[in-house]
Design a protein around this ligand. Structure first.
Ligand SMILES: [Zn+2]
Ligand SMILES: [Zn+2]
Length: 476
């Protein structure tokens, strides 16, 4: 007989940049979903879900060919039928596509949507940067007034407070419109051209194609030039200036903590006028070098943000904010971003309509909630344990579970086990107050044993009285 060499099967881990959401973390995700549903629907945003993949052309046309997303981050593939498809890298393009396709143009304006879902970007994975990432987002289509820009920011800030996040800051800026941006663009070119040699490779290319994006570069050697670069705010046209001033007035009035960040541009081509990012703290020394610059920008920060209001969910006070545990590791983390995109709808074949939106990263919110030690409700505590004995006991168990479930009583079990002793041990370990024991005899007599775990006292009761008696005992 020949010797068989055992080949060990390959084992797998999740692909780079992806993560499992494990049972112990689900409560954070569930909490984010439920708070966002409550807050967003209160402000009349309608839930929309779009497919996880779309025609590649949608994103190329919407996001722009000279963006990081389209250039290097899309998961694109061709189907056997020859369709070019892409896993959605962001939400806005898909929502606008759905808006145009489904006749929302004819609905009363503005049309307000929210979404929750996962998105895909081929980025180099870092801490809190994922290749499959979850976002919640808002879009308001069909209103030009700065009050709806402020509404997006306000609703996000309500959401963050409701979640129990004690401190966050909105960085805001205006990137102008197609009237005033070209002028700024040429100013930037004038400024950066003599410095071209010192820029990174990407920025050398951006200098030719889209110099605004140099301001967005994370490379140290490009960032040092930024502090003397001309500011977009100085070259805004009258209409854009008025729009931005109006936005800041709304934010002041609403008491929303914001920082005017003149160098904030967003990585996507479709933004016009308002752009914003949300950070966990006001200290962004990495962005501005000198104290003078920091002072100039930070004077906009209100002294103290109102303490997060205690969130109320189904009559319960849940979040206990421990402010002393400042999330050191999460300093300077962007929780989300957004802006106005007045040209996108016509870019995707609709008639020109103004719009504004934004999104928050759920992975970052979860990390922040954990680092703050926020208390979130988990599954209801299970107080009843079911113990069975013999074939009859096992067979009748599902019927009993259903009766308990219909009456809202959570129950633990270990149906695979036979020994009463080991089942009672598990009941004890689970912290249950009461055990229900169903053996051969009880199954035939249609009775059940009810046992108080602390005292060990037990009695035989008719199954027809089980719910009534259980409820009485659980009330104690
Ligand atoms: Zn303008
Ligand atoms: Zn660069």
């Amino acid at each position: 007989m020949g010797r068989h060499r055992k080949i060990k099967p390959k084992s797998f881990s999740s692909p780079k940049g992806t993560h499992d959401i494990l049972p112990q973390d689900q409560k954070y995700w569930e909490r984010i979903r439920s708070v966002s549903k409550n807050v967003f629907s209160y402000y009349n945003f309608l839930r929309i879900d779009t497919p996880h993949f779309e025609e590649t052309g949608l994103f190329v046309q919407a996001v722009g060919t000279q963006t990081d997303i389209v250039e290097k981050q899309m998961y694109s593939f061709q189907t056997e039928g020859g369709d070019d498809l892409t896993l959605r890298p962001e939400g806005t393009a898909s929502v606008v596509r759905a808006y145009l396709q489904n006749g929302f143009v004819a609905e009363p304006h503005p049309v307000k949507f929210y979404y929750i879902g996962s998105f895909f970007r081929h980025e180099s994975p870092q801490r809190l940067r994922f290749r499959e990432l979850n976002q919640i987002g808002l879009e308001i289509i069909g209103d030009e007034n700065a009050v709806v820009d402020a509404e997006i920011i306000h609703v996000f800030s309500v959401f963050l407070r409701e979640l129990g996040i004690p401190e966050f800051y909105f960085h805001v800026n205006s990137v102008g419109c197609s009237d005033c941006r070209p002028q700024y663009r040429s100013q930037l070119l004038q400024y950066y051209r003599p410095k071209a040699k010192g820029l990174c490779r990407d920025c050398k290319r951006r200098l030719k194609q889209n110099p605004l994006r140099i301001l967005d570069c994370k490379e140290e050697k490009c960032r040092i030039f930024k502090k003397n670069a001309p500011q977009l705010l100085d070259s805004l046209c009258e209409a854009c200036k008025k729009h931005f001033t109006s936005l800041l007035e709304f934010l002041d009035e609403a008491g929303i903590p914001y920082i005017l960040n003149p160098y904030l541009v967003r990585g996507l081509d479709y933004y016009t006028r308002t752009v914003f990012e949300i950070f966990t703290d006001s200290d962004w020394a990495g962005e501005l070098e000198s104290e003078k610059e920091k002072g100039a920008v930070l004077e906009k920060v209100p002294e103290k943000i109102e303490e997060a209001e205690k969130p109320i969910v189904e009559g319960e006070v849940i979040a206990e904010v421990k402010i002393e545990e400042k999330p050191k590791a999460l300093k300077g983390i962007a929780l989300g971003s957004g802006g106005r995109y007045d040209n996108l709808i016509s870019l995707l074949g609709g008639r020109a309509e103004p719009a504004v939106g934004g999104a928050l990263g759920m992975e970052r919110l979860v990390a922040l909630m954990k680092s703050l030690g926020l208390k979130v409700p988990g599954e209801p505590k299970q107080r009843v344990y079911f113990v069975q004995l013999g074939d009859m006991g096992k067979k009748k168990s599902f019927k009993i579970f259903e009766e308990l479930r219909k009456n809202g009583i959570a129950v633990g079990e270990s149906l695979g086990r036979d020994s009463v002793k080991s089942q009672l041990k598990l009941a004890d370990k689970s912290g249950s107050d009461i055990s229900l024991i169903l053996g051969q005899k009880e199954a035939i007599d249609e009775t059940i044993i009810i046992r108080e775990m602390s005292s060990g006292i037990q009695e035989v009761i008719p199954q027809s009285k089980m719910i009534e008696i259980l409820k009485k005992k659980l009330k104690k």
